[in-house]
Every structure is written in structure tokens, then in C-alpha cells.
Design a protein around this ligand. Structure first.
Ligand code: PAN
Ligand code: ZN
Length: 187
């Protein structure tokens, strides 16, 4: 068995920035066209919605992958800024989110279309069991920052969510978050 060398990363608890920064993915509203209830206007396509900084390790069984996500506050016509959301390619792989800053909702769904919504806030540890697609939503006025840890062989299945959506949406109604059925859900 070949061993990895132990290593350390610094995390800024307020904004999720990792030092050294190894792998950074930025998602704009344009990257997410078709995932919100309304289509993304040309004028907002380049707006960054969230950043994911990963601490890469080989995707082997037994390794642990970790990453921070920082979601900027805001909405697209009342639908809060959110991640794309995914099942894990190895669908039974679970995940833990530790929220560091901000206020959010963790929207989850099974393949059968059963929804679950859990609160995210500084100090919450969210457990995403295997078999549940997951998307995080920033419902606050500040960036939502969380650390994720999951098996390195989990992989990502984005296609299912791109095709079906989630069974519920988190919308801003009278300044507060409300969870409503997604009329466009095709599960
Ligand atoms: C997280 C997510 C991250 C971004 O690290 O990958 O929050 O969300 P999307 O991957 O859905 O764009 C995680 O759940 N990893 O498994
Ligand atoms: Zn995941």
C-alpha cells in the first residue's frame, strides 16, 4: 500500500479561503442556466454565485476529500443563490457539512423524490446520508461558508439534477425564506 504524506491546510473561517489554494472552481449564474426557475438574463451571466476550494487527494476508496464552499448572498428573481446540487456518482457515499458563516438551507432529495430541508448556520454539522442529492442555498445577507468532507471515491452525478431539478425550491417571500414545491420537478 502506498502511503500519502501528511499535510496541513489553513482555513479562513470567515470566508472559506484555503491556504495554500490548490483547486478553485467558480460558478457563475451563466454556468447555472436552466437550474433556476427563471432563465438567467444576459446582464447577470458573469456574476459569481459560489466558489469551491478543494483539498485534492487521489480518488481512492478510504481517502477523504474536503472542500470549502462560499455562496454569495442574493437571489435570481426571488430564488436564493444556491449550488448546482448533485447525487454522488457512487450514490451510497455520505457527506458531512460544517457551516462556518452565514445562514442557509440544505435541500436534499432521494431518487424517489422525497425531499428534506435542514438549516445551515455557524456551527451546524449537517449529515447527508448516502442516496440523497444535496444542494445548499444561501438565505442570508452574508456569504454562506461551509466545509465539506466525504469519501474521495464518491464522484459527482450532476446530470440527474440538471434533468430533473429538486422537488422543492427555496424562495424569498416577504424577506424570509419559504420552501415550496418545484412545479418544474421531473423526478
Ligand atoms: C460539496 C459541493 C459544493 C458545490 O463540496 O460540491 O458545495 O456544490 P455542487 O458540487 O453541487 O456545485 C459536495 O457536496 N461535495 O460532494
Ligand atoms: Zn456531495
Amino acid at each position: 500500500m502506498s502511503l500519502l504524506t501528511p499535510f496541513t491546510t489553513m482555513l479562513d473561517l470567515a470566508d472559506g479561503v484555503l491556504t495554500p489554494q490548490r483547486k478553485l472552481v467558480e460558478r457563475t449564474l451563466g454556468d447555472m442556466d436552466g437550474m433556476y426557475a427563471v432563465s438567467v438574463p444576459e446582464s447577470r451571466r458573469n456574476e459569481v454565485v459560489y466558489r469551491v476550494s478543494e483539498i485534492p487527494v487521489p480518488p481512492a476508496e478510504g481517502n477523504l476529500l474536503s472542500s470549502t464552499t462560499t455562496i454569495e448572498p442574493g437571489t435570481l428573481e426571488g430564488e436564493y443563490h444556491m449550488t448546482k446540487g448533485h447525487f454522488h456518482a457512487k450514490i451510497d457515499r455520505a457527506e458531512i457539512y460544517l457551516t462556518l458563516a452565514g445562514e442557509g438551507r440544505l435541500v436534499m432529495a432521494t431518487e424517489d423524490g422525497e425531499p428534506a430541508v435542514e438549516p445551515m448556520g455557524r456551527g451546524t454539522i449537517s449529515y447527508v446520508p448516502g442516496g440523497w442529492a444535496h444542494r445548499s442555498v444561501n438565505v442570508g445577507a452574508e456569504p454562506l461558508v461551509f466545509l465539506a468532507a466525504f469519501p474521495a471515491d464518491a464522484g459527482y452525478d450532476y446530470e440527474t439534477i440538471e434533468e430533473q431539478g429538486f422537488p422543492v425550491l427555496v424562495l424569498e417571500r416577504n424577506g424570509a425564506p419559504e420552501v415550496v414545491p418545484n412545479p418544474r420537478y421531473r423526478g
